[in-house]
Design a protein around this ligand. Sequence first.
Ligand SMILES: Cc1ncc(COP(=O)(O)O)c(C=O)c1O
Length: 447
Amino acid sequence: MNSSAELGHLKSEILKLSKRYFDLNQANSEFVPGKTYIPVTAKSMDANDLSHLVDSSLDMWLTAGRYARNFEASFSKFFNRTTKSLLVNSGSSANLVAISALGSPELKKMDREPLQRGDEIITLAAGFPTTVNPIIQNGWVPVFIDSDLETINALPEKVYQAVSPKTKAVVLAHTLGNPFRSDLIAEFCKKNNLFLIEDCCDALGSTINGTPVGSFGEYATASFYPAHHITMGEGGAVVSKDARYKKIAESIRDWGRDCWCEPGVDNTCKKRFEWQLGDLPEGYDHKYIYSHIGYNLKVTDMQAALGVSQLEKLPQFIAARRANWKYLYEGIKQSPILSKNLIPVEPTPETNPSWFGFPLFTQSSIDRTTLVRKLEKSRIGTRLLFAGNLTKQPAYKYANYRIHGSLDNTNRIMNDLFWIGVHPLLNEAKMNYMLEKLESLVKELAK
Ligand SMILES: Cc1ncc(COP(=O)(O)O)c(C=O)c1O
């Protein structure tokens, strides 16, 4: 056997063995009600995922490579976009890149004004901190608005009312997979020359009148942390409206550089030593010219390899999440005691959510904190809606922000809402136990 034939043979043996290893190493998954913990989120992995991971490590390429190119080309299709997506090392980094891009001097070339210090961005007070933190980090001012209680999202009219002469953008997350009406808000933004960023970290696959969320603004962001619809361990992506927006985001992701060569490649522009930018001398190496204040937020090819394998399963993951949400919803609505004391969050009209979790409110008859403590004791995982009311968190005590109107609904979310899982590893036995336990605890606790 020549060495390349031997390498090919060895590789195929290693990949076959890794698949076998994965299958043998599967833990005994017998479910024992009250003993086996039911987490709110769980990564759904198979032998193919491990084989992709091993395949990429055998390359020893390590930085973004063939798998990253494959993923970046395929992922934007889920957002009805043709411009390649950009992989980053987390959903938080995706938000940092997309939001920072709104300050790019390059926007002037598209007749759009970059944001200046003190400019305002409308966002929600109830949500995840890293949807908001890049606004503060860039010296801009978050304007917090209240959520709608039925859908736990921003209502379009609340966004419109919060606009001031300083408002330059709207940055909102599709809360727990339930869409906000980004189609309507995008129209408003277009008319009023505002940027729109859709944080889709919890909403991969959600649609509005059949159109995917993330396809309405200048940028959409995704997270591939294990809790999310697909995982790379750590990871995220930025999806841009078009190539001009992508170029800005790519520069910010890649140290702020002006050059766009792939890792390990030189002179893609064919004039590496012929540029004159800023006040640099003519011919200064393009590799070291910086047009943005950037970072290094790239992924490794092992992360991307896992993403490629997971992406193939995304449609089935979305279907399972929707079916599990429906099972729990119907279970609650059909139980007189549950429907009297608990209020599930409703899907936003005209949308089809790809749920991240099953959010529900307790009525005043039930103390939320006592109920979640007892659920956890019964081995049922629970979560709150992330930071609750961001303005009440210690980190924001000295931050510069504005609140528009009251945050009464946000406070109700902070005090009375929790969520349980809908991930693809649930089954009827687990969900029946979740519903039975909810029923017995609500009976015990209802005043
Ligand atoms: C709405 C939202 N945005 C951003 C993030 C951050 O994603 P990551 O954990 O990948 O940084 C999360 C995390 O769960 C999230 O829920």
